[in-house]
Write a protein that binds this ligand. Structure first.
Ligand SMILES: [Fe+2]
Length: 385
């Protein structure tokens, strides 16, 4: 992301910066890719290393289901059980070495802080409003928000009510933007479907100068670790840099359209290692007089394609529920349902919202996903022949 500063920081980095009591603030360089990637400089009231108790927590097991048959899948997530908080409520549905994709419908408040020590997170808010308290400040979120949380961020995520639904992505590599959208210096260019103005950055620094017992649960090495600190973990008086959490709302994505059908890369929003995240948004359809707006069949031989249905009537597919997920794996073709190509001719616009994640390595479905699976879906192209 671009440069942002919040709170109070010294004029020059790595120089004397004192607390009101005369002691030094503690400077922390926060970088997610060694010393060569983007980073931020944070100024803590207390040393962030002042831990009083360390305990090993539970293993976080993400297991592939026995049934990994190569076939199209329709996962009906609408009635996936509610429960847990913004961390414990996550249910992974599919994964590979690059990412884990899940759903959560959290009902509980977090009374601890969390730090994901191994994954960047992208959380898409389908239902619910709330706020994130982070060591970079406060972020309020609501419907349609993609929340990006860089690995290592200390945060607490709480919702206003217990009616919440979130698509979750835990990403092994960093999450950023397609290179083709960015200038050499990192500015969003005119061909990008969004720009700097569309992002919501932390605007209110949270500074708690409190001593006591504070729990931070840290995920690393496939398990949770429970750390107790003798001071409030949100004790950052100010920070600046390029690495911090932010929010982008799907409704701020400006679709790119054409005279004939545009390929999925026009919907690309984010980029991860070996995967892309795309946003399908309401848009005018193709304006060639003979255009077929529905997509053609495509053999995405080398990628798995997950589509999460958010809002509106998805024009190429029938039988989709609210919050349905389709997974069209690599190696076999997929395309619109019978009659959908014909029905799309002459249609002028769509009101659909959907989030698509294409991975370049195969994903494995979990047992949790199999419980939501509609086994008749792979045969649904026979209907109405
Ligand atoms: Fe597709």
């Amino acid at each position: 992301m671009y440069y942002h500063a919040l709170g109070t920081i010294p004029h020059k980095r790595h120089t004397v910066f004192r607390r009101p009591d005369g002691e030094l603030f503690t400077e922390e360089l926060f970088g997610a890719e060694g010393f060569h990637g983007n980073s931020s400089l944070l100024y803590h009231y207390h040393m962030p290393t002042r831990v009083t108790k360390i305990e090993q927590g539970a293993k976080i097991e993400v297991k592939a289901a026995d049934d990994q048959t190569l076939r199209h899948r329709h996962l009906k997530t609408k009635d996936i059980p509610t429960g847990g908080d913004a961390i414990t409520g996550r249910k992974v549905l599919m994964f590979n070495n690059d990412l884990q994709i899940g759903i959560m419908r959290p009902t509980d408040a977090m009374n601890y802080f969390y730090r994901n020590g191994e994954h960047d997170e992208l959380l898409f808010i389908h239902e619910g409003t709330g706020h994130l308290q982070t060591n970079f400040g406060r972020l309020d979120f609501g419907y349609g928000d993609y929340i990006y949380i860089p690995r290592g961020t200390t945060y607490q995520m709480n919702f206003d009510t217990d009616k919440n639904r979130v698509l979750t992505v835990d990403s092994t590599g960093p999450i950023d933007f397609p290179k083709r959208y960015l200038s050499e210096m990192g500015q969003f260019m005119e061909n990008s479907p969004f720009c700097e103005r569309d992002f919501r950055l932390p605007q209110e620094q949270l500074f708690f100068e409190e001593e006591g017992e504070f729990e931070v649960r840290i995920k690393k090495g496939g398990r949770m670790h429970h750390y107790t600190f003798d001071h409030h973990p949100l004790d950052v008086v100010g920070w600046d840099g390029y690495l911090y959490p932010w929010i982008f709302n799907i409704k701020d994505f400006e679709p790119i359209t054409g005279r004939v059908h545009q390929p999925p890369p026009v919907h690309q929003t984010f980029r991860g290692h070996n995967y892309v995240v795309c946003s399908f948004c309401p848009r005018k359809f193709d304006y060639h007089p003979d255009a077929i707006p529905a997509p053609y069949n495509h053999s995405n031989v080398d990628s798995d394609e997950m589509l999460y249905y958010v809002e509106g009537d998805f024009m190429s597919r029938k039988g989709m529920d609210y919050a349905s997920i389709t997974l069209h794996p690599g190696g076999i073709p997929h395309g619109p349902h019978p009659g959908k190509a014909e029905a799309s001719i002459g249609a002028e616009e769509t009101d659909e919202y959907a989030v698509m994640i294409d991975t370049f390595k195969p994903m494995y479905v979990t047992e949790e996903a199999m419980r939501l699976d509609d086994p008749s879906y792979p045969y649904s192209w026979l209907e109405g022949k």
